[in-house]
Write a protein that binds this ligand. Sequence first.
Ligand SMILES: [Zn+2]
Length: 462
Amino acid sequence: MGRSWLRFPKAIRLAFLCFLIAPYGQAQRTQFKEGWNLYSPQEDITLGKQVAIDAEKQLPSCNAPKVDAYLTELGRKLAAKLPARGVQYPFEFHCVNDKAINAFALPGGYVFVNRGAIEAADNEAQLAGVIAHELSHVALRHGTSEATKARFAQTGVGIIGAIFGGNAGGALLTELGRFSAGGVLLRYSRTAETQADVVGTQVLYDAGYDPRALAQFFEKIEADSQGKNPPEFFSDHPNPEHRVERVQQEIDKLGGLPAKMRKDSVEFEAAKREVLALPVVKRETLAAGTHVPRPMGPPPVPSENYAEYQSGAYTLKYPDNWQKYGEKDSVSFAPDGGVLEGSDGKAGLAYGLIVDVTKVPGDPADAAALEKATQDLIGKLQKDNPKMKVARQPGRVRLNGQLGLSTYLSNESPAGGEETDWLITVMRPEGLVSFVCVAPQKDYEKYDKTFGAILDSVRLAK
Ligand SMILES: [Zn+2]
């Protein structure tokens, strides 16, 4: 019954088969959805342009118009193969006179390639691989997705999971002051790295290059460093696991290695010769700012020096190597690397403290009102965090001499595994003041002392 089509004449059967198979075949190619992003593609361009102007001022140019022209031609050819998302980015390519093996792309398509990357590439396909990887970050809008996560932390609602309303672009320029160009926009997650590898490999394939060149180049520069002083590239682009395997998988999905593949060109060899002959700019004279290598991995140990924060309802002290995000009564404090992308693709605070004031009526001395407001808050948190459990029921404590409740919660950590959330609540004339101390369970002990010190420092407004 269901196989009656087998009785069609052979030609029709074949046509039918092709019809069935063709769309399926195209669907084999991996496609990624854009990450959580509150910026519009137009804002990517505005923001990227602004930072690119600063980067051009700060970074030494190769001053080699022919090399810039070569990078532009190669780059545009690759950009034309990016998955079309209905956005036309300006795409600019600049050669930077820096021997460090690195390249970066700002949102909107402003790409900077160090001479070191050109010198380290064995052939055009490898250089095309690095550029295709960078362009994929642009197309997938990873930079502003990272900025979105940072804003998320900034409003101090990480754990509550509220969604921003209003115009993300409005606050954009003020944030530029907060986050240096190289800060938030160029710090990619390992997930973003794998996505850029996969899309970059597709771009190489579609542009007629050896699609293995991207992964080969990264493997090569990593092996050359022999584990010591890994290339600067990896400080922004953390090496994803199984890079070569994942790229090979994608090549298989694309139908295997193409019969004809471009590896090299005379133009590449000429550009490489030209940059090799450029005068060397000493690293010390490179202006810091656009491209400061940053450590990856767990956040640095909390400082024992404290900075003070003052809101209307309280003051507190926090480690001076943590950043404050947010304003007034709704703030978070987190170390570098304390805000991470969870398995759901949303950002969350993995390490740090969230302080919030919920406007509920209540008398500071009324224990029943405190208990009710705390239960309501926990209920709301659980609604937004379905995996959240109460690990230890609320118990009475004193915070700056006032009655408070201490509750331990557990939740899924954006850093993987379980996290501990220590919630302290007190009732104030302004409402319920909540302090949530957050760390992955495995690291919690290391943060316990710091959390204790912060809470001891709390002074409630008289
Ligand atoms: Zn990358």
